[in-house]
Design a protein around this ligand. Sequence first.
Ligand code: NAP
Length: 175
Amino acid sequence: MNAGKLATGDLKTGLLSCTPAGAMILVRQIHGKDLSGLNALVIGRSNLFGKPMAQLLLNANATVAIGHSRSRDLPELARQADILVAAVGRAEMVKTDWLRPGVTVIDVGINRVAAPEKGDGKFKLVGDVAFAECKPVAQAISPVPGGVGPMTIAMLMANTVIAAHRRGGVTAPSF
Ligand SMILES: NC(=O)c1ccc[n+]([C@@H]2O[C@H](COP(=O)([O-])OP(=O)(O)OC[C@H]3O[C@@H](n4cnc5c(N)ncnc54)[C@H](OP(=O)(O)O)[C@@H]3O)[C@@H](O)[C@H]2O)c1
């Protein structure tokens, strides 16, 4: 029901998937509520994230493209984006030469990679975006860890508050 409501543009009466809802709050902090005239690329088309993220961006008036494993030239698609959202699950796939200067980058990916500098057999988390090389080019970029992950948890709490208000017959806050 919630997926159907989102697909038909009803953002008021259902509950939004937590990760895209949190990512949209990050986008809103940079660009405001109205994304008219901005190009957005979401890399990844999962039901959990890619599709709802694209629908939320579209609902906010962005011009939205969705990239995936069968896309022909992702770097070229990415260079057209004012807002680039990566949700693939491939460590540091997005490089600096994929970015248009001044782009807003939302990194959703969580990848565990070996970190021998921390000791034998140790791991660290990295995103789908090569953070260090992309940061100087971007207007804003979310880190991994510490970016979309905590926003997801915050939106889970927000959805809980909304659901509790509705069940109690009280007008729910919006986030
Ligand atoms: N921070 C958070 O709270 C949070 C929440 C959810 C997910 N995540 C992370 O976000 C990432 C994606 O999650 P998901 O559930 O959406 O994953 P998923 O269901 O595995 O979807 C991955 C998407 O990436 C695409 N893809 C795979 N390899 C690609 C490539 N080489 N080039 C372009 N596209 C490629 C796939 O394309 P096809 O459809 O063509 O196969 C698919 O659409 C994961 O790392 C996950 O851990 C983080």
